[in-house]
Design a protein around this ligand. Structure first.
Ligand SMILES: [Zn+2]
Length: 270
């Protein structure tokens, strides 16, 4: 049943904590050996992801982890653990391809799809572009592979139905992600903002979206360096969870859970 605020009944603001695994695939894809200064991505598999799993379990938060196919091959036990502990695993490129792709794109999407399906025994239904690159061809391939949602676009702050080749689809939804202010990457990579200020900023973003009965989706990278995998930055995530939980009418969703809701009520979404 559609509630008062376009979400399921009693939900005033949908909240999602999403994770881009971004392990050594990120460096391998750029022809860098993931050692020394370029080993940041290995922190994801060794420390960051296990830390997040414990944190999300502690607060009973459903979550979605976007995993490049190469990282699933590199850390199969970790990726299996994400799934075994009840969290969603979705696709995020093979070598975190952040560059323009030609005809090889279909094969790469298919490869990660097969890796994740064979590893987990169930196919992923969601995709997020590595670094935000995508084309109509990307969407055609994802649709053919049976994906239900994409979470890459920056052009809206509510879910909407995907348009492809002139048609509004009723079986695929866009769940936009805001990578300029609701993501750890710009703060820790570019502006080197202290974690305490990032927390204050995210609280302000949450307050605005909560007031609009919108949806609040944060994205973290469990890497060291520019990610939030380490203890002090992960603590910001914990403080954010506690802050959100003080508000009436919030509910945490995995993206799959929100996508299912939108698809079942697609006439309500643009
Ligand atoms: Zn990524």
């Amino acid at each position: 049943m559609i509630g008062k605020y376009r979400w399921p009944r009693d939900v005033r603001c949908v909240c999602m904590l999403t994770v881009d695994f971004d392990g050594p695939s990120h460096e391998i894809g750029r022809n860098l050996r993931p050692l020394g200064i370029n080993s940041w991505g290995r922190y994801s598999g060794r420390r960051g992801v296990p830390r997040y799993l414990d944190l999300f379990e502690k607060y009973e938060i459903p979550s979605t982890f976007f995993v490049p196919g190469f990282d699933a091959e590199y850390y199969p036990a970790v990726v299996k653990d994400i799934h075994r502990r009840g969290f969603e695993v979705a696709a995020h490129g093979y070598l975190h391809e952040a560059w323009e792709l030609g005809d090889e794109e279909e094969e790469l999407l298919q490869r990660t799809h097969t890796i994740l399906t064979e590893l987990l025994g169930t196919p992923p239904v969601g995709w997020r572009s590595p670094s935000g690159r995508k084309t109509a061809r990307t969407m055609r391939v994802l649709k053919k592979l049976g994906y239900l949602y994409d979470s890459s676009d920056k052009d809206y702050d509510l879910p909407y139905m995907v348009r492809l080749d002139g048609s509004r689809l009723s079986d695929m939804v866009e769940i936009p992600n805001n990578t300029y202010s609701l993501d750890d990457f710009p703060w820790f990579k570019f502006s080197m903002t202290p974690a305490s200020e990032v927390l204050a900023h995210w609280k302000q973003e949450f307050d605005s979206l909560y007031a609009e009965n919108g949806y609040f989706m944060l994205t973290f990278h469990p890497r060291s360096g520019w990610g939030s995998g380490g203890p002090s930055r992960a603590r910001v995530i914990e403080e954010m969870i506690r802050y959100i939980k003080q508000h009436e009418g919030i509910r945490f969703f995995s993206i799959r859970q929100l996508a299912d809701w939108c698809l079942n009520n697609h006439v309500e979404f643009e």
